[in-house]
Design a protein around this ligand. Structure first.
Ligand code: NAD
Length: 482
């Protein structure tokens, strides 16, 4: 290779997981680029923080409209980069992201703190929610555009500038929507994007001028980020892994539960932090549920993202597929009722069959650890107490569901489950108005809803003297009467 042909350092190929072909090249950010992005966010912050909520809301609404106008192009790019069916990007991720932007545009204008009051005689106290400063936003590869919006919308609505780092595997739509943000009228420096993987992430999260880190990703990465953030005591918002239980009682509508489980387990090829991964089925209906579930699972059509018949795409990478195979290879005493292999008819792409496992032990890796692929374990339970105990018996706590026609039982179980979201007779749906976030090692902090907006603010108490006198009564208490 001649000197002129040498690729620039840190150049990264972006691969389509459906075709294994390179679809783009991007440049990883090093120390200099990260510093430049953070400095730009720092410079933009004071002016952005001073903008009125109405001004910020107006730009968020412009941005939402531009994304909506570009929806077909962005959905296609998202599916090319992730391999997920176009119908999922087009009818699911993109419309939801646009709705999130519109929600946060409205929420920015009604951010509230408790009413001001005279808690101490002669003083007026009021509370303010101030933006925090330049925030680092770090996102994963499973829903790249939606995760970028979940982070940017509340951060910006609350008056923060940001530096976002998408996953090194799926940066393309984040770059595109950042360009649309400039078109929408966001001032220069308010939104900055840096590309790269762990090294870039480390540079960003340890930068002293970053005041908060909002991260979505693996629990193990979350632990590293906590440690990286500790040197400069940064505020943290961590949305980490999950291992959702799906509890089916013998009085449930079994057909609804089976269909709910098929979608809940295999949506986005199981690469969903709320995916139903542990199906606890009451003993009396275990065999019936299992037979029906296998029949429906076998109907899932794997294929290319642009084939309208495709239900499930590939995994994101060769590494991710090897990780899933590794879990199955190490498991002892299990029986695989369907799947378990790479499909024979798809020669290219990181595809893996929807896989249903029985006889996995409650303490096994397969039941305890997040696999993040299309593998689901079916486990029998005896009674209500048994179901709750087994469901809660993991280190995660993101999402769970309970299926029964008995309303009292549904409410009792929902209250006993230690998870951030509990669905009753459904699994997966979220709304812009309702919080999403974990308990336990699924992290802390909420995405979506007004609670997310509050996450990106710091509560300030302003206490004003009403007397106008130099010496206050409490001065005498402290120093004695002179
Ligand atoms: P990951 O933790 O490997 O990577 C996530 C992001 O962190 C990427 O941008 C990556 O480059 C960056 N990163 C890696 N190491 C870093 C470090 N030391 N410092 C700073 N940044 C670093 O996760 P992933 O494999 O991209 O995504 C899958 C994970 O995301 C799963 O565990 C899934 O459950 C989780 N997830 C959680 C939610 C939620 O809402 N709780 C939503 C989606 C995905």
């Amino acid at each position: 290779m001649t000197k002129s042909q040498t690729p620039p350092a840190n150049r990264r190929a972006i691969i389509s997981p459906s075709s294994e072909k390179t679809i783009s090249h991007v440049q990883d950010a090093g120390q200099e680029e990260v510093h430049l992005a953070v400095s730009s966010a720092k410079k933009a912050f004071p002016l952005w923080a001073l903008k009125s909520p109405a001004e910020r809301a107006s730009l968020l609404l412009n941005w939402a409209s531009l994304i909506e106008k570009n929806l077909p192009r962005l959905a296609l790019l998202e599916s090319q980069n992730t391999g997920k069916p176009l119908k999922l990007s087009q009818d699911g991720d993109l419309p939801f992201a646009i709705d999130n932007l519109r929600f946060f545009a409205s929420a920015a204008r009604v951010l509230e703190a408790p009413a001001s009051s005279e808690y101490s005689t002669g003083y007026l106290s009021f509370l303010k929610r101030d933006p925090i400063g330049p925030v680092a936003l770090i996102t994963p590869w499973n829903y790249p555009l939606m995760m970028a919006v979940w982070k940017m919308a509340p951060a910006l609505a609350a008056g923060n500038s940001c530096v976002i780092k998408p996953s090194e595997l799926t940066p393309l739509t984040t770059l595109e929507i950042a360009k649309l943000a400039l078109k929408a009228g966001f001032p220069e420096g308010v939104i900055n994007v840096v590309l790269g993987g762990e090294e870039t992430g480390k540079l960003l999260t340890s930068h002293p001028e970053i005041k908060m880190i909002s991260f979505t990703g693996d629990t193990a990465t979350g632990r590293k980020i906590m440690s990286q953030a500790s040197h400069t005591v940064k505020r943290l918002h961590l949305e980490l892994g999950g291992k959702a239980p799906f509890i089916v009682f013998d009085d449930a509508d079994l057909s609804a539960a089976v269909l709910g489980a098929v979608v809940g387990s295999f949506v986005n090829a199981g690469q969903d932090c709320t995916a139903a991964t542990r199906l606890y089925i009451q003993k009396k209906v275990f065999d019936r549920f299992t037979a029906h579930f296998i029949t429906e699972t076998k109907k899932i059509k794997l294929g290319l993202f642009d084939d309208p018949a495709t239900d499930m795409g590939p995994l994101i990478s060769e590494d991710q597929r090897a990780r899933v195979e590794g879990f199955l290879g190490r498991a002892e005493g299990i029986e695989i009722l369907c799947g378990g292999h790479c499909p024979k008819n798809l020669k290219k792409g990181f595809f893996f069959e929807p896989t249903v496992v029985v006889k996995a032990g409650q303490n096994s890796e397969l039941v305890q650890k997040e696999i993040f692929g299309p593998v689901v374990c079916l486990l029998p339970f005896k009674d209500e107490a048994d179901a709750v105990q087994l469901a809660n018996d993991v280190s995660y706590g993101l999402a769970a569901s309970v299926w029964t026609k008995d309303a009292h039982k549904a409410l009792r179980v929902s209250s006993a489950l230690r998870f951030g979201t509990v669905w009753i007779n459904d699994h997966l749906p979220l709304t812009s108005e309702t919080p999403h976030g974990g308990f336990n090692q699924s992290g802390f902090g909420k995405d979506l809803s007004r609670h997310a907006l509050e996450e990106y603010t710091a509560l300030k108490h302003v206490m004003a003297d009403l007397s106008g006198e130099a010496r206050k009564p409490w001065h005498y208490t402290v120093f004695g009467k002179k």
